[in-house]
Design a protein around this ligand. Sequence first.
Ligand code: ZN
Length: 111
Amino acid sequence: MLKEKPKEIIKEKIEEELKHLEVEIKNLIEQSKPITPDCTLDDIGRTEAMTEVMVKSKILEQAQLRYTQLKNALLRIDDEMFGICVECEEPIDIERIMVRPESIRCVKCAN
Ligand SMILES: [Zn+2]
């Protein structure tokens, strides 16, 4: 189990990141809505608009995945297995947890 202090810091970090992601996801949903046929656009313009929507949906997908992972990390943070690698059961580097609190594997096992 993590010491109290870093745990609090990580908790705050996750909550901050979740708030940030919520805004981002809302914006991305707005931006990746299917485009309404626009007669002023030519074929190239339409293709570009569609590509743009596809790229945005991809980013949205990743943001939603990260959001879920961070939510899970927040649920697991009080668990004594938090910060322990699921593969080798060694403690994960605290620096790694700080950067990516959703990590469930140590650097060695993740690569
Ligand atoms: Zn490991």
